[in-house]
Write a protein that binds this ligand. Sequence first.
Ligand SMILES: Nc1nc2c(ncn2[C@@H]2O[C@H](COP(=O)(O)OP(=O)(O)OP(=O)(O)O)[C@@H](O)[C@H]2O)c(=O)[nH]1
Ligand SMILES: [Mg+2]
Length: 221
Amino acid sequence: MAVNSFDEECDYLFKAVLIGDSAVGKSNILSRLSKNEFHLDSKPTIGVEFAYKNIRVGDKLIKAQIWDTAGQERFRAITSSYYRGALGALLVYDITRRATFENLKKWLYEVREFGSSDMVIILVGNKSDLSNSREVNVEDGQSLAQLEEIAFMEISAKENLNVEEAFHQMVRRIHEINSKKDLEMKKTNDERAGSILQGTKEIICIDEVSASTKTSHCCSY
Ligand SMILES: Nc1nc2c(ncn2[C@@H]2O[C@H](COP(=O)(O)OP(=O)(O)OP(=O)(O)O)[C@@H](O)[C@H]2O)c(=O)[nH]1
Ligand SMILES: [Mg+2]
């Protein structure tokens, strides 16, 4: 279910970005995800746009803020701020244009330069509905993904094929990584609290402030 505001309660909020050459279909992937819409006549993006998408993972409601920018260099907003705080990226190429696949090296360099080191990247070959005009084989996508140790999927924003699946894969992986981090942090805190208790033989009471944080509605990873 797509939402465009913060009205709905959620357990986690995170930022993800769409990247790739101009006209590979980034904006249509976003409109498919957030509004279930596709536009054959979409214009190149200028600057930055974003939309929200909610997804349930287990018993948690996760809200993703998905950013979309211009593939064309001259229309792009400042690169470092685009990537700042992003936990996931859909790296998109067009299976009917080889050049967009060759340029992935440049995008991967950029995402690793400006993005966080544990950002979840999903490689996405868009326009799978145009397989008659294919210039990039599925195997090429798979090999690159294997080499770069990222997940891979071919999708079609037009036919709504695998768009949700690619997004879900990214969200699930982000959630996994962050749940693990949370757990490790809790363990370290528990161990610290344990050693304090042992050393001083004090009893620590949990106050109301920490109890109230548990009931807050929306929090970022
Ligand atoms: N056949 C087909 N066409 C698509 C698909 N996705 C996008 N397109 C078309 O590809 C063109 C470019 O799509 P956009 O979504 O505007 O591309 P973009 O990556 O956002 O481009 P920039 O904003 O310039 O970076 C449009 O004419 C879309 O209709 C798809 O899955 N199949
Ligand atoms: Mg666009």
